[in-house]
Design a protein around this ligand. Structure first.
Ligand code: NAD
Ligand code: MG
Length: 390
């Protein structure tokens, strides 16, 4: 029996993970559920799965009473401690944003398997995360569909046999749009993703293609390849989840209809495969044709900026990530326009500089500075708009 802690259980990935686990009660047991502040949603999950521990990160919410099966805790430290709990085998990190970094580090230091959806923790603290895994003996198994595809294609091959990785991207809801049009798109347009149903933050990241830059950085850390050997291509049908090119020129890929339940199940059962007949399978004729195109870097500058941040390294990816979190939030609140998200992120990167990150405190400091600078840019853009409309 594999004991699973699900951090971010009330979110899109968290709920999918619970669906998967519920179908395989003979293999997986939910021992911890954690979320931010939606106490009623978490309480319903606790009633169904009876975990030993339920955690709400937000201390201001009042907690339900402990029951015979479940102890309730609140606060950030309780969340981090839950990730390090020795009575857990797999920590599934489905938190959103850099808030996932400390739980990621705690799980790896404790020697757990980390089933990782929270890519922002690798982007903000990549080198630290890899070091925590080496020191603590923990293992990262990605949930992100592209990285799961790569892991599946790599099975049985040696690291020096890989020449190139090509991540696929759906292109998001604004694929093919003229950059000028993007000044007029609204949050609700950006939230309408053509192929995936996900949380708001990653849905906006998919619309700007920042998500693909975050994923290139994620792949760099997970698979140890230099940035000039990791590329991305638009594949609007989201059937092929990535390509791995080997040194002899052979290319492998993994295919499947777009559902996160498959990579979640694989991350929990890896290196084994578990029989699951619930998920609809790929039919080549039904899904035909499969097409590919280049990323439009003029329309989606956050992609190039993010890859550049990865190449620069040091504090820059953490600043990019933090600036992006602020930008997405401001766009969703209607405070800035879609193309202005790139200005906010540029401001955050310039405000921080390159620097080196040697501890989690360094990362948190850069994250904080980048957020503050990004918020100033949001504010300035708002004032400039008031100036032009009055
Ligand atoms: P979501 O917004 O639907 O859910 C986020 C979860 O994290 C919620 O349970 C929320 O309560 C919790 N949370 C948020 N902030 C928190 C904080 N500060 N402290 C504690 N808990 C907090 O997000 P999602 O779409 O499920 O995405 C989760 C992660 O998985 C993201 O990093 C995303 O990039 C990645 N991911 C998601 C998908 C997808 O299909 N949704 C696919 C690939 C990768
Ligand atoms: Mg992905």
């Amino acid at each position: 029996m594999i004991r699973v802690a699900i951090l971010g259980s009330t979110g899109s990935i968290g709920q999918s993970a619970l669906q998967v686990v519920a179908r395989h009660p003979d293999r997986f047991q939910v021992v911890t559920l954690a979320a931010h502040s939606r106490v009623e949603a978490l309480r319903a999950q606790v009633e169904k799965f009876a975990p030993r521990l339920a955690v709400l990160a937000d201390e201001s919410v009042s907690l339900p009473a402990n029951s015979t099966s479940t102890r309730w805790q609140s606060g950030r430290q309780a969340l981090i401690a839950a990730a390090a709990d020795p009575e857990v085998d797999v920590v599934l990190n489905a938190l959103v944003g850099a808030a996932g970094l400390e739980p990621t580090l705690a799980a790896l230091r404790a020697g757990h398997r980390l089933a990782l959806a929270n890519k922002e923790s690798l982007v903000a603290g990549g080198a630290l995360v890899i070091r925590a895994a080496e020191l603590g003996g923990g293992e990262i198994v990605p949930i992100d569909s592209e990285h799961s595809a790569i892991l599946q294609c790599l099975a049985g091959s040696k690291a020096d046999e890989v020449r190139r990785l090509v991540l696929t991207a759906s292109g998001g809801p604004f694929r093919g749009r003229n950059p000028e049009d993007l000044w007029h798109v609204q949050p609700e347009d950006a939230l309408r993703h053509p192929t995936w149903n996900m949380g708001a933050k990653i849905t906006i990241d998919s619309a700007t293609l920042a998500n693909k830059a975050l994923e290139i950085i994620e792949a760099h850390y997970l698979y140890g390849l230099a940035y000039d050997r990791i590329e991305a291509v638009v594949h609007p049908q989201s059937i092929i989840h990535s390509f791995v090119e080997f040194v002899d020129g052979s290319v492998l890929s993994q295919l499947g209809l777009p559902t996160m339940e498959l990579p979640i199940l694989y991350a929990l059962s890896y290196p084994e495969r578990v029989e699951d007949e619930t998920l609809r399978t790929y039919d080549p004729v039904q899904s035909s044709p499969l097409t590919f195109e280049e990323i439009d870097q003029a329309a989606f500058p956050l992609f190039g900026l993010g890859v550049e941040a990865g190449v620069k390294g040091g504090a820059v990816p953490a600043a990019y990530n933090a600036g992006n979190e602020i930008a997405v939030h401001a766009f969703l609140e209607g405070r800035i326009r879609f193309p202005e998200m790139a200005d906010v992120v540029c401001g955050a990167i310039e405000g921080v500089g390159v620097g080196q990150l040697t501890s989690v405190e360094d990362v948190l400091a850069v994250d904080g500075t980048a957020r503050a600078v990004a918020m100033e840019v949001v504010h300035r853009l708002g004032e400039a708009r008031m100036g032009t409309t009055s």
